[in-house]
Ligand binder design. Structure first.
Ligand SMILES: [Zn+2]
Length: 294
């Protein structure tokens, strides 16, 4: 159980702006009437138990380790975007990642930074104990990790903040462990983007109990500002898929009654090298936000 459990489960306040006026967005999703932040309703009592080996191999991801090449292609892009916001050469900076899973991002980032470390509640590929050596993923809760104040230059979390029980406490701790001038960077879905507005509850990123929180650049900026950060900016970011994944997705969409595109994709017989090609897709509903500790 996380320390913050009791507080969050009964917290009537919006974690971003502190307002206490809620409206019903969907049957299981509530939204802050002030800043647009949304969350699953009711809030879960615990989330850590959701993330075991099964989450990464079959239950949620088809096979996360098998898709390592594509996942790392996305991380190469995230790293490129992150580096554009840094004022110092990465070789002078210590990076810490929250929600590292198998450490695929740390592997991509390691050659560029002075040091890289990460943490994940999941027991996958992580070392035992909350400390963790350089380049390794420690197993545990970031909120309880024994990190000295002002010991990190870059703190990042990719598609992680929406899974946490207490994003406010997490951002507050990120502020504490960053050095002055340090950079916080996160990616998450944008609940105010065109796609969720169009698709409503069918939006693929509405995914309770895995996704507890639903931010927008506005609501997440508000949270970061209230935690003491200076928000530098935000941008949408692509996710890299293979041609095979996209064709398979289109072909199976619609089940027994596929649309024209689905029928076309079912008949496609692409050579293997085409199926394996990388296809960066930016649906404009995932954003990276970057903020600085003054
Ligand atoms: Zn709010």
């Amino acid at each position: 159980m996380l320390k913050s459990e009791a507080r969050v489960a009964t917290d009537p306040l919006c974690p971003c702006c502190g307002a206490r006026r809620w409206r019903s967005v969907h049957a299981d999703i509530a939204g802050c009437a002030e800043c647009g932040y949304q969350r699953m309703e009711p809030l879960p009592a615990d989330v850590v138990g959701l993330y075991d080996e099964g989450y990464f191999t079959g239950q949620k991801y088809h096979d996360y380790p098998a898709d390592k090449r594509l996942i790392q292609a996305t991380f190469v892009d995230r790293l490129r975007a992150l580096r554009r916001w840094l004022k110092q050469p990465p070789a002078d900076l210590d990076l810490y990642e929250v929600g590292s899973a198998y450490g695929y991002f740390l592997e991509v980032a390691a050659p560029h930074f002075r040091s890289v470390r990460g943490i994940d509640v999941a027991a996958v590929g992580a070392t035992e104990g909350p400390g963790g050596a350089e380049g390794e993923v420690a197993r545990g809760d970031f909120l309880e990790a024994p990190l000295p104040a002002r010991s990190v230059d870059v703190l990042c979390m990719w598609d992680t903040i929406e899974h946490l029980l207490d994003p406010w406490a997490t951002v507050a701790k990120a502020f504490e462990v960053l050095r002055p001038g340090g950079v916080f960077a996160a990616t998450t879905g944008d609940v105010e983007a065109a796609l969720p507005r169009l698709q409503g509850r069918k939006w693929r990123l509405y995914d309770p109990p895995f996704h507890v929180h639903y931010f927008s650049p506005h609501s997440l900026s508000t949270l970061l500002f209230n935690a003491g950060f200076r928000v530098l900016g935000h941008e949408t970011c692509p996710t890299v898929h293979s041609v095979d994944q996209v064709v398979h997705g289109l072909a199976t969409h619609g089940g027994e009654t596929p649309g024209v595109l689905g029928r076309l994709c079912r008949r496609l017989d692409l050579p293997e090298f085409v199926r394996q090609l990388n296809l960066p897709l930016d649906l404009r509903d995932i954003f990276m936000i970057v903020a600085e500790k003054p």
